[in-house]
Design a protein around this ligand. Structure first.
Ligand code: SF4
Length: 477
């Protein structure tokens, strides 16, 4: 690991070290909190996953503002993340001096009540390959397949709101994870309608580059002319930007990105940034610059979270910084209905207002963000805002992405509700019994595999630009 010069600064490498529940009492910055507060964190962290690292604690959290600091709220367990009765129950278990198995069992009971599998991920999204159900693949939208490599199912730090939290507490037993790229390649070869693979986690960039290569190279080597983009979902640019700059295999990672872009495909880093502070350090900015130098695109997304970023100014600053660094603001999501969602959720109307006010503060280049968008069971539904139709006050909604491609872009309306925080809390407007997509959604629920089979009727022609770019990269190799 060598020092790296950036502007007039020297970027000094750091060695990654995760800090977890057992370390809470020894994190030096927490000494300013009382014993009771640390105890409360330990209790919450026995139910919800906790992991942080020294870059986050020393560079991203403003300890003078704790406990209200947004990065502290994003990464450290808070008393209010458990409902009062759950917290009281866990407090009693701890106070009784119960053995760790009893603590785990009590935590399990709470975890099962926290909607660990929102939006039908388990039942609806895992496709068949031949006669067998795949492991580590999800196929919800026609053009995009998600792939979960087994070694990439943890993160450099855990977000306290994370919707993938069940796999970090051992609830999922890594059900979604695969050790094989082979299964993915065979699935893609059989599905010409798929143009994009999203490698996701956890955080796939927690893997060493040599391991990530084992998943990416087979995609490049296989005959998959319809595969246009490889996306990598990651929060490493925010939580561990050293991954792209000074880590021992950072250069090798960038070479791998170059191999993808030279193959004529897009390498899109789907970077999860929750707050502008994550983009303000020199190492974070250098990370974006280095990724972009490979020809990769950086697209940025995050949910809107109470206590963290429920503030138009924070979003506007984040988007402005992203655009300035050449990254693309992509999605502002609605917090999902899982885990500690009661602590973070923001009513849809407020989320819409935050996005609108933030968009109004930035230039056109930074207005590429979509949202607020709910990744709900039928698809990604954005809130276009409140309005009046036929004398009724309504909320205008629209699918940005959908299980049934024909639903995309069709405006539909819900009765105005300023407290609703998720699609299933909304009622159709105009006295209608259900939303337009619901009959079809019932059919999909009964047989999700039939819907995926229907996707396959889409045949793609080979795109000449991609073919030309591939030929060029082959000649050069
Ligand atoms: S980085 Fe992503 S997967 Fe990891 S804890 Fe945060 S939201 Fe969850």
């Amino acid at each position: 690991m060598n020092d790296v010069l950036f502007g007039d600064r020297t970027l000094v490498p750091r060695r990654f070290k995760a800090l977890e529940r057992k370390d809470l009492s020894s994190i030096p910055q927490l000494a300013r909190l009382g014993e009771g507060e640390i105890r409360a964190m330990e209790i919450v962290a026995s139910v919800l996953p906790f992991r942080v690292n020294e870059y986050v604690t020393s560079e991203l959290i403003d300890w003078a503002r704790v406990p209200d600091d947004p990065m502290f709220q994003l990464t450290f367990p808070q008393r209010g993340m458990l409902r009062d009765d759950d917290f009281a129950m866990m407090e009693r278990v701890f106070a009784s001096g119960a053995p760790s198995e009893a603590i785990r069992a009590a935590a399990r009971a709470i975890q099962h009540r926290l909607n660990p599998h929102p939006a039908g991920q388990m039942e609806l999204n895992t496709p068949m390959l031949g006669d067998a159900r795949t492991r580590g693949i999800q196929h919800k939208y026609r053009e995009t397949v998600l792939f979960f490599p087994a070694q990439g199912q943890t993160c450099h730090a855990y977000c306290t709101y994370c919707f993938r939290w069940p796999q970090f507490v051992g609830l999922d037993d890594m059900k979604f994870a695969s050790r094989e790229a082979d299964e993915l390649v065979r699935y893609l070869a059989d599905h010409e309608e798929v143009t994009d693979v999203l490698i996701t986690g956890g955080d796939p960039l927690l893997m060493k580059t040599s391991i990530l290569r084992r998943y990416v190279e087979p995609l490049l080597a296989a005959d998959l002319p319809h595969l246009a983009s490889i996306r990598i979902g990651t929060k490493a640019p925010a939580y561990w930007p050293y991954r792209f700059v000074t880590d021992p295999d950072a250069d090798d990672l960038l070479r791998l990105f170059e191999e993808v872009t030279r193959s004529g495909r897009t390498l899109a880093l789907m970077a999860h940034y929750s707050h502008p502070r994550e983009l303000e350090t020199a190492i974070a900015q250098r990370a974006v610059q280095r990724v972009r130098s490979t020809g990769a695109v950086v697209r940025c997304q995050a949910p809107i979270l109470r206590h963290v970023n429920d503030d138009a100014i924070a979003w506007a600053e984040m988007w402005r910084l992203q655009a300035q660094l050449g990254a693309v603001p992509y999605y502002a999501f609605v917090e999902r209905d899982t885990g500690a969602s009661h602590w973070f959720e923001v009513p849809l109307v407020d989320a819409w207002r935050i996005v609108r006010d933030a968009l109004a503060r930035v230039s056109g280049l930074a207005r590429t963000a979509r949202g607020p968008s709910m990744s709900a069971t039928p698809g990604k539904v954005t809130v276009d805002g409140p309005t009046h139709v036929r004398g009724e006050r309504v909320l205008a909604l629209r699918f940005l992405q959908a299980r049934e491609p024909d639903w995309v872009g069709r405006p539909f309306f819900a009765r105005y509700d300023e407290r609703a925080t998720w699609l299933d809390q909304l009622e159709p407007a105009f006295g209608e019994a259900e939303f337009f997509f619901e009959p079809e959604m019932r059919r999909i629920r009964q047989d999700p595999d039939a819907t995926r089979s229907a996707f396959r009727t889409l045949r793609r022609r080979r795109l000449p630009v991609i073919a030309a770019a591939r030929a060029e990269s082959t000649e050069g190799s």
